[in-house]
Write a protein that binds this ligand. Structure first.
Ligand code: ATP
Length: 493
């Protein structure tokens, strides 16, 4: 996505009479408009601002100064206002009034190519249909790096901080609004005398707090490392080979940055676990986007919520964006429905191809038959992996991991026997069985024995038994479309 400055420049040079500024921070966007006005040639342009409570403020016209009527204000711009940038706040709350929409449209037509521009501040991108051809929408939910740098540098100036501190802070503060940055800098500078690790830890804690407020993206704290995954050798090699591509050295060397990975396959086989491991191995923060939440409508229209999420993660980049159950967002498209799903899917594909931010998309899918060919086509994701049920060697590794996690020594068990007893199970089922055996043993004040484990295993019916037909279909579908996450010769099913 372009920065706000780039978008405004495009809107002005394309001579759109109405420029809609979408973002939570009016003052920041207003400051950007003023910057453009001051830089105008041959001479700076005046900036006039209107809101529904005070009418025109600042350098507005005298005759309507105390009249907040939006129709009169627009009429004044059309008939009497000179060349300049006119910022209108609150107009979106009048969009259900046909007279206002008519006046806005007529004003827009009248001021075309006259050196007058209307800037509408709006919290979301919904516009009356008739205005769309006359408008350019600028979406800027977060300050860009230059804006952040300017603000942070102002705070650091009296402290003679090094460029290193400035760079580190700018990276750490990405994704926060300027107001939040200002509050945080004021608080921290009053409290800390030096820029030590405690200082930066507090910055990161605040950022986590901010992304929580965001609501759409969930920050997933780092936990699991590559040794917490049993099996999936080909996937692990792929991840490890790319572990230093997001470093400043790789950037300087001009190495291509991976765009994304699609993990599809059986439920409970470690797809989500693998995403967490990627973030941990590559030392990137992980943000999860829940497609169910996108469509729930709680945070606004699905398209808007999705767009917001992509902008938010770009602002926080470098980062891993985990799109869980991606089929939720594309299923409708596949079935030929129109509407929000189609638009979301196509804008996602365009974004995947065009975005410049260091965002690695890790998408996971279970119902893979719902995935359309476009998403799997080369060029969108760097790799598409199919995650199958674990083979014997992998089940042995998974058992070892989970036995150790339950505080017992795997060396005390016949792991070959136990892994044979769990043929056809997924990793989540193995984990649950080990936990259950431990709880039973704990009630008797002991550790689970080999026969305790076998007894617990005997009570579990794995999903693959009840879903054998689906399993076959999924495997044959994936055969030609994805790379196996496990070396195929090793499969024992
Ligand atoms: P779903 O598609 O249903 O979300 P999934 O493939 O994403 O499933 P996970 O959520 O990663 O599966 O697996 C659930 C849990 O099962 C993991 O948190 C982990 O504890 C355990 N598990 C699954 N596969 C493995 C594995 N290969 N190695 C170690 N643990 C595993």
């Amino acid at each position: 996505m372009q920065t706000a400055v780039e978008q405004i420049r495009t809107a002005l040079t394309s001579a759109y009479p109405v420029i809609v500024l979408v973002g939570p921070e009016e003052s920041r966007l207003e400051a950007l408009v003023t910057r453009f006005a001051n830089a105008a040639r041959p001479e700076p342009l005046p900036v006039v601002s209107w809101n529904c409570a005070d009418g025109f403020t600042g350098s507005g016209p005298d005759e309507t100064a105390n009249d907040p009527d939006p129709l009169d204000a627009l009429q004044w711009v059309a008939d009497k206002g000179g060349r300049g940038l006119y910022i209108f706040k609150d107009l979106d709350s009048y969009f259900d009034n046909p007279r206002l929409v008519r006046r806005l449209r007529d004003t827009a037509i009248k001021i075309r190519n006259t050196g007058k521009f209307l800037f509408l501040m709006a919290p979301a991108t919904e516009l009356p249909t008739t205005l769309k051809p006359l408008s350019y929408i600028v979406v800027s939910l977060f300050p860009d790096e230059t804006e952040l740098r300017t603000t942070v540098a102002t705070f650091l100036k009296p402290r003679n901080a090094s460029t290193d501190v400035l760079n580190r802070l700018v990276t750490a503060l990405k994704g926060m609004s300027l107001i939040e940055v200002e509050h945080l800098m004021t608080r921290l500078l009053a409290h800390y005398q030096s820029f030590d690790e405690d200082f930066f830890n507090e910055v990161l804690a605040e950022k986590e707090q901010v992304t929580r407020k965001e609501g759409i993206l969930e920050f997933v704290p780092p936990a699991e490392g590559i040794n917490d995954i049993g099996g999936l050798d080909q996937l692990k090699t792929w991840v490890q080979e790319r572990s230093d591509l997001f470093t400043p050295e790789a950037r300087e060397a001009g190495l291509p940055i991976p765009k994304g990975l699609l993990l599809m396959g059986m439920s409970g086989c470690g797809k989500s676990l693998a995403v967490k491991v990627i973030a941990q191995e590559w030392k990137l923060p992980l943000f999860r986007l829940d497609m169910n939440l996108v469509f729930a409508g709680v945070h606004g229209s699905p398209e808007w919520v999705f767009h917001r999420a992509l902008q938010a993660v770009e602002a926080i980049a470098p980062a891993v964006l985990w799109i869980d159950e991606i089929e939720m967002g594309v299923a409708g498209y596949h079935e030929g429905q129109t509407g929000a799903l189609t638009r979301i899917f196509s804008s996602f594909l365009t974004w995947m191809q065009e975005h410049r931010a260091e965002v690695f998309v890790a998408a996971t899918a279970n119902r893979i038959n719902l995935l359309p060919a476009e998403i799997i086509r080369k060029g969108r994701f760097d790799q598409v992996f199919f995650v199958d049920l674990p083979n014997q060697e992998e089940r042995k590794a998974i058992l070892e991991i989970h036995l150790r996690r339950q505080g017992v020594n795997p060396a005390n068990y016949d792991l070959i026997l136990l892994s044979s007893a769990t043929r056809g199970w997924n990793g989540a089922e193995i984990e649950q069985a080990v936990i259950s055996a431990r709880i039973t043993a704990h009630a008797k004040n002991s550790h689970p024995t080999q026969s305790d484990l076998l007894r617990t295993f005997g009570k579990i019916i794995p999903l693959s038994k009840t879903m054998s037909e689906q399993l076959k279909a999924i495997r044959s579908w994936a055969k030609t479309r994805a790379v196996p996450a496990t070396t195929p010769e090793k499969l024992d099913l």
